[in-house]
Design a binder for this molecule. Sequence first.
Ligand SMILES: *Cc1c(COP(=O)(O)O)cnc(C)c1O
Length: 420
Amino acid sequence: MTAVAPTPSPRAVNLGPAAELISKEEGHRQPLAPEFVSPHDFSPLEVAYDFGRVRREDIESGPRNIWRYKKLLPVPTTVEQTPNTEPGCTRLVRADRLAKALGVRRLWVKDDTGNPTHSFKDRVVAVALAAAREFGFDTLACPSTGNLANAVAAAAARAGWRSVVLIPSSLERAKVLTTAVYDGALLAVDGNYDDVNRLATQLAAEHESWAFVNVNVRPYYSEGSKTLAFEVAEQLGWRLPEQIVVPIASGSQLTKVDKGFRELGELGLVEASPYRVFGAQATGCSPVSSAYRDGHDVVQPVRPDTIARSLAIGNPADGPYVLDTVRRTGGAIQDVTDDEVVEGIRLLARTEGIFTETAGGVTVATAKKLIESGSIDPDAETVLLITGDGLKTLDALGDRVGPKATVPPSVEAVQSALDD
Ligand SMILES: *Cc1c(COP(=O)(O)O)cnc(C)c1O
């Protein structure tokens, strides 16, 4: 009898409906793994699915968080039982006063400040953590411009994982404190975000048990952004908006909002009605907006200089795919100055009572500019994605807002100050 050596087989992973990874350029397929670049064409890898049948009732009977969409995400079917964060199901606000100020008819604000660490990053991190657990990692890591640092440190704390978070040393104090409080390993790196990102890629290759959410598990992480599209459609009564304005950092969110809308149409969960995707950047870091304006397909890296630090990625990984998405859907990309960003923050606050961080200021101000230039149709229904909370970027407001006056405790003093 001859002994037959067992063929080593890769550990089967259970990531729900996720079937394979597929390269974005040439469509090479490979098994699900913690990899992010195709060895065949060196393009980014994306999750391909085998959805089967998904009904609205399956979703509507789910929990009030992103796990209601687990049949559309690369996560284990047991995801609700694993210790995890529960982001999502943030409010979609009908913004009539902002609509009036901007001169459009039907406007909605998706207020993602309502997530556990007050930005949309909790969505992507929750999906990355669920996938990373299935792959057998034990440490959650990231390079970050701030919001991701918050989300990774908090999610790791809740899951009882170690976290390693790398930030540029120039980051806003509020974002440093709101990460450090979760007591993971937080390291400030002398360099800008693109330097920190490069360092993370090197570290990911050295440490097998570290899941860098936006590096080696990026294909899974980025799918979390689809939940913004799913929620908007469900909250509109299972239909797609006609226009949506999305801020761009790496560009992942914008491309995944589009992917989310498309999947809903393909699965028959909504009517596959046309929609246009618009991108928003700060002029001080506008490589994708510049490429769009100049009609280029490649994105030239820039050195960021803007108060919108959460969007300050000078070399955006998904830049070319953002250009594709925007051109295919008939949208546009525009950028706004730091002064316009602050005006955008204040406009949203005074019309809708929503205080957003600089990224939201970019979105509102860009929407205004696109409306004024006629790119956004004022008669078509529009959604603005407000992705982070103003309390994290108080410095951006500087001395521009504050008390009207300091008065003695007398009725006359109050009256005369108000009369001024
Ligand atoms: C990270 C981030 C984005 C966009 O991220 P992408 O890298 O483009 O997916 C938008 N808004 C806020 C507040 C962010 O933190």
